[in-house]
Design a protein around this ligand. Structure first.
Ligand code: LLP
Length: 436
């Protein structure tokens, strides 16, 4: 019986996790830095044989801790950003603006201006946005590189909340109507816009090859249509992120070599062997998802005739995926690999019925003070965390090599809960920690 998902990682070392919990407290996110880098390298090397070259943009939204982002940038990833905030973070890590890709379906004038000033590549989502961007580039007298996010109407076979590439979603210019071609025509003619690529991110946590293959075929067809209609070849085709990871024992991950041979095969047979465009990908979860666990402490155990509960010191405010996406995360009791005879719900400390972090799991019966590992917590966990119910945010720790442990985000405090609050002057003296 498999009791942990992450074999071969320090994240399965219960002694280490228990020590870290004692030293830094709980709830605690622990990341395996070596695994993050290995995941990058295994994906990157799988594409070595592709003559056009390959480039990986790490989707910062998956895990925005600067130490995690730094590991990936140092390994060779470029930043993929969703907001002006992420662009600023990437720049603070030393990324050149020209290495950054900005993708969002709703960019503000300030974000478009930031992109123009810093030579960030703007992945345009609508013709309206394109016109605004052109006006800003003209005003600043700075031509800007653009790609277009297209909507290929591909079903990624994933949860509906994280399916982005079908035609009822808000994302991209539909390939099936003329808008995408219109966008390229406008950009091609404009002295302020430099069209260089085409992108389609079809969804997240994709476990089968077929959606990636369909996406690749459709983007190649668009590439050829653009060449025939406008007479220019794009520099890159960007297939977005979305590679799924193993959250449950029965999940089988796509292998990098399978993705590479399928996609490269499609691209080279559609576009020929010479003057191939670069291939871009934007993984987030694939690099970091399985490289993190959330360690929580058991507060109490409750048995009822109907259900049994293990009450822990975290909740959906810090571990939202089960509630938001019906996501299943593997759970294990730290230091107790056995299975009990009871089935438990692991319940959080938030005052809501939906605050169940793991449902109906066979687990050994713990006692108060025991530790639980919620696995697969490296992506979209801390990133989605809030201070709901006035719980300060958890700490984050990075482990590298045999013994290098770094606290990469201190635990939140009560003062942090109040950090942006202001006190109306006629209310009298401000409470401690609140600005008057
Ligand atoms: N590129 C774009 C334009 C994206 O919107 C995303 C993710 C990615 C790349 C990276 O996708 P990944 O490789 O990580 O699947 N919070 C959800 C996932 C939301 C994904 C949002 N976009 C979850 O926890 O499942």
């Amino acid at each position: 019986m498999l009791t942990t998902i992450e074999s071969g990682s320090c994240l399965r070392d219960d002694g280490l996790l228990a020590q870290l919990a004692d030293r830094f407290g709980t709830p605690l996110f622990v990341y395996d830095g070596d695994r993050i880098v290995q995941r990058f390298e295994s994906l990157a090397t799988a594409f070595d044989g592709y003559a056009g070259g390959v480039r990986f943009h790490y989707a910062l939204k998956a895990n925005t801790n600067l130490a995690v982002v730094k590991l990936l940038l140092a390994a060779g990833a470029h930043p993929e950003c969703i907001s002006g905030g992420e662009v600023e973070l990437a720049k603070r890590l030393g990324a050149a603006g020209s290495d950054i890709l900005l993708t969002s379906s709703s960019k503000s004038p300030a974000e478009l201006e930031l992109a123009c000033r810093d030579d960030v590549l703007v992945n345009v989502d609508s013709l309206d946005e394109l016109q605004q961007l052109e006006a800003i580039a003209r005003r600043l007298d700075r031509p800007v590189r653009v790609s277009f996010r297209v909507n290929p109407d591909v079903d990624p076979q994933t949860h509906r909340h994280i399916a982005t590439g079908h035609k009822l979603t808000k994302f991209g210019l539909l390939l099936e109507d003329a808008h995408y071609l219109e966008g390229f025509k406008i950009a091609h003619k404009s002295e302020w816009l430099r069209p260089v690529g085409i992108q389609a991110h079809i969804g997240s946590q994709i476990m089968t090859l077929e959606p990636f293959e369909r996406n690749a075929r459709l983007l190649c067809a668009a590439f050829l249509e653009l060449e025939a209609e406008l007479g220019f070849r794009l520099e890159f085709i960007d297939l977005g992120g979305g590679i799924g990871i193993r959250y449950q024992p029965q999940h089988v991950e796509l292998q990098p070599s399978d993705i590479a041979s399928a996609v490269c095969g499609i691209v080279t047979s559609a576009l020929g062997q010479t003057r191939l465009p670069q291939l871009w990908f934007e993984p987030g979860r694939y690099f970091v998802g399985g490289s993190g666990v959330l360690v929580a402490r058991v507060h109490s155990v409750k048995h009822t005739p109907f259900r049994n509960f293990i009450n822990v010191d975290t909740g959906f405010n810090q571990f939202l995926r089960p509630l938001l996406y019906e996501a299943h995360h593997h759970v294990r009791m730290i230091g107790n690999a056995g299975l009990g005879e009871q089935r438990y719900d692991v319940a959080g400390n938030i005052c809501e019925t939906g605050d169940i972090l793991a449902e109906d799991r066979e687990l050994p019966t713990p006692v108060a003070g025991d530790l639980v590992a919620l696995e697969g917590a490296g992506a979209y966990c801390y990133a989605l965390a809030s201070e709901y119910n006035s719980f300060p945010l958890p700490a984050e720790v990075l482990v590298r090599g045999d013994s290098q442990v770094d606290l990469i985000r201190r635990r939140g405090t009560i003062d942090d809960l109040l950090r942006a609050q202001q006190w109306p002057s006629d209310f009298g003296e401000a409470p401690s920690g609140v600005e008057a």
